[in-house]
Ligand binder design. Structure first.
Ligand SMILES: Cc1cc2nc3c(=O)[nH]c(=O)nc-3n(C[C@H](O)[C@H](O)[C@H](O)COP(=O)(O)OP(=O)(O)OC[C@H]3O[C@@H](n4cnc5c(N)ncnc54)[C@H](O)[C@@H]3O)c2cc1C
Length: 655
């Protein structure tokens, strides 16, 4: 960066005064329970008529910008239930005259799949109610929809890919097939993986001055496609490192880690090496086993953030080997999973998972499920037309329909009617707006976040509640930024930026996917979406503590701070390309997920439980007519697992 450029950016230079829809609308501060349970716009809608917000004209949550993900209005009731204050302020529940065969708590992939599997067993007449606390269905599979320059542009607000480290099970693969999703074929037909490369764009690393002493964008060799094309060779690495603001020793050691073929654990078998690697962090592997200079650590620190929500201080080296991180080339490890490995590269090799990405991520899967469950709500016939299909939210909860999806409804109680063993029905209590309702069904699948379940079902056995509490979800932020054009990216020759030390760890131009009527921008003069991600982990703490501290940080961060950090980082990293944050940023959606990925056990911090005694297994035990789904119940964070757990939870109702 040249000396003339300001080292600090005023709000005005960043464009903090520019119009961004809903910037100041509910900025993340906790709302009081009661009259203010819903965001203002929804409340106004509700007051305007007795019907639900989702039945109001123009109700279309995916187009909302500002603070999304776990948006204001979605979590306050659950938090007040946790804090023991909910019932002090709540009105007397009103009993609804509705009666269902099944109530599903949680409208994510797992909840929607549970409804699908239940109807498959019971038949088309099955009466099912799905209750979801957010203003949209899909859970983490959330759609961000923009109309930039009048053209539809989409990004995933959460779940992005169909991939999984393990092959899809027969049930999950079967469901994908029933929904018409052939990921491999869609990938071939619709994704232009090589587009940015063909335009001379590549990946880059942004070294920030707070971490590395200087703001510097260095086109690099960090992306697997580049490695696949053989461009991650010695020469490219040397050129890259020569420009990096790193010490000579750090450069030398990074080159050795990336390109060397040293066996750092000589004399051990592959099994013994894997065992050792499962018990040390990747950071310790680099420092203590590979003998690297501490100056390499800031360069690698956040390489695992996107995958596990913590940095290399808290991730076992063995999992990092499976992820393809460098340093293991000379160890001659036999491919395949190993004990103590939470992550298996074998799944990719087995061909059970695909890299296809719908423009709105797995929100398209959620939309296909809703199309299947509620006829007419999402018109169309294929996995291609789903991308541009409208959702008729007012049809989701139609009186008399066999399957109903009720949004903005936080479940606060679920109980068996009678002794759990003998019960034939359940009662579910939920809060919506100012009201609290009870509704009855033959059974309930809890497809919500498992750590909330002890608060919904205080009657669960103590050991089960303790097990459910053990699972701490991983906090993350996925941000979609609408730009007027991407000239700066083109001028700098970069399409995606890894920023190892910065607030946002990554910023990338949207994938190029043309599917159905949806067309990605191809010209740098066109508006585009940029995806930015942040993992609010706290290096040095045990993984679960990092997740808890990160969640607190997210809940306390107002939209204005996220916005400033977005503008400033894009300004600093793209300034040499002529990027002007005040002029070039058109829209921002921050998807804040304080409860993100399902918890995956980490051999560095978790005990080795005997098989069948792991918290997720103890926690998901059937309780009378109540069963438990969600990817949490599979102790991992993947779409196929969310489906598998739904299948199991539904099956248990019939056993
Ligand atoms: C940012 C992000 C990126 C991800 N990327 C991927 C990816 O690329 N590929 C992949 O396979 N997986 C990914 N995941 C993991 C994702 O969690 C799973 O794939 C899957 O979507 C989980 O579905 P689920 O239904 O089990 O849980 P969720 O999607 O969390 O759905 C559960 C729903 O229950 C609701 N709920 C909770 N409590 C209550 C209550 N009391 N009353 C009513 N409703 C309630 C929640 O609000 C939520 O909407 C990602 C997750 C995040 C957060």
């Amino acid at each position: 960066m040249s000396d003339q450029r300001p080292r600090t950016w005023s709000d005005r230079e960043l464009g903090m005064d520019r119009a961004i829809p809903r910037r100041d609308f509910l900025n993340g501060a906790a709302l009081a329970v009661g009259a203010t349970l819903l965001p203002a716009s929804l409340k106004a809608a509700q007051n305007a008529s007795a019907s639900e917000p989702q039945n109001q004209p123009d109700y279309n949550p995916p187009v909302s910008t500002g603070l999304r993900g776990s948006h204001p209005g979605s979590f306050e009731i659950a938090h007040s239930l946790r804090d023991g204050t909910f019932w002090k302020n709540a009105p007397t529940p009103k009993a609804l005259p509705e009666q269902y065969d099944l109530i599903v708590v949680g409208g994510g992939i797992s909840g929607l799949s549970a409804a699908h599997f239940f109807r498959e067993r019971v038949g088309a007449s099955a009466k099912i109610l799905i209750l979801e606390n957010h203003d949209d269905f899909g859970g983490h599979a959330r759609r961000n929809e923009f109309h930039l320059g009048g053209k539809l542009q989409l990004l995933n607000g959460g779940t992005m890919l169909i991939d999984s480290p393990t092959p899809y099970s027969a049930e999950a693969a079967g469901l994908m097939k029933k929904l018409g999703i052939d990921a491999a074929a869609l990938d071939k037909r619709c994704t232009d993986h090589g587009f940015y490369r063909s335009q001379g764009l590549r990946s880059a690393v942004f070294f920030d001055r707070e971490t590395f002493g200087d703001d510097r964008l260095v086109p690099g060799v960090m992306v697997e496609e580049e490695e696949a094309t053989g461009e991650g060779g010695d020469t490219q690495w040397k050129e890259f490192l020569a420009q990096a603001p790193l010490s000579e020793t750090a450069r030398r050691d990074i080159l050795r880690i990336e390109r060397g073929k040293v066996d750092y654990l000589p004399g051990l078998t592959s099994t013994e090496k894997k065992d050792r690697l499962s018990r040390i962090s990747y950071k310790d592997f680099l420092l203590q086993v590979a003998g690297a200079d501490p100056g390499v650590i800031p360069f690698y620190q956040t390489r695992t953030n996107g995958e596990w929500g913590v940095g290399i201080d808290a991730e076992p080296a063995l999992d990092c080997w499976a992820l393809g991180l460098p340093g293991f080339q000379g160890l001659q490890l036999t491919p395949g999973a190993a004990p103590h490995m939470s992550y298996s590269a074998a799944g990719y090799a087995n061909g059970g998972s695909e890299r296809f990405h719908f423009p709105d991520g797995n929100a398209s899967i959620a939309r296909l499920l809703v199309r299947d469950l509620v006829p007419g709500a999402v018109p169309g016939v294929s996995a291609e037309d789903i991308v541009t299909a409208p959702v008729h939210y007012d049809l989701l909860d139609k009186s008399g329909a066999p399957i109903r999806i009720r949004l903005n409804s936080t479940v606060v109680g679920v109980r068996n009617l009678g002794e759990p063993k003998a019960a034939t029905a359940v009662e579910v209590t939920y809060a919506s707006g100012k009201d609290v309702f009870t509704v009855r069904a033959g059974a309930c699948v809890l497809a919500c976040w498992n750590m909330t379940i002890p608060f919904l079902c205080p009657e669960l056995p103590a050991a089960q509640k303790e097990a459910l509490h053990y699972l701490v979800k991983v906090p993350l932020v996925y941000t979609s930024v609408g730009l007027r054009n991407w000239r700066a990216f083109k001028k700098l020759g970069v399409s995606n930026i890894h920023a190892p030390g910065a607030y946002w760890n990554a910023a990338s131009l949207n994938w190029v996917v043309d599917i159905g009527g949806y067309k990605s921008p191809r010209s740098p003069e066109e508006p585009i979406l940029v995806h930015m991600s942040r993992t609010p982990c706290k290096p040095g703490l045990p993984a679960r503590e990092q997740h808890k501290a990160g969640r607190m940080e997210l809940l306390a961060t107002p939209f204005a701070l996220f916005e400033r950090k977005i503008r400033e980082q894009l300004a600093r990293s793209l300034a040499d390309g002529g990027f002007d944050p005040a002029r070039d940023i058109e829209a921002i959606t921050v998807n804040r997920w304080p409860h993100g990925y399902g918890y995956e056990y980490n051999p560095l911090f978790d005990p080795e439980w005997p098989d069948g005694r792991q918290p997720h297994i103890l926690g998901r035990k059937k309780f009378g007519r109540i069963t438990i789904a969600n990817s949490d119940s599979g102790a991992t964070a993947y779409t196929d697992v969310a489906m598998d757990q739904a299948y199991r939870a539904v099956g248990e109702l019939f056993s």
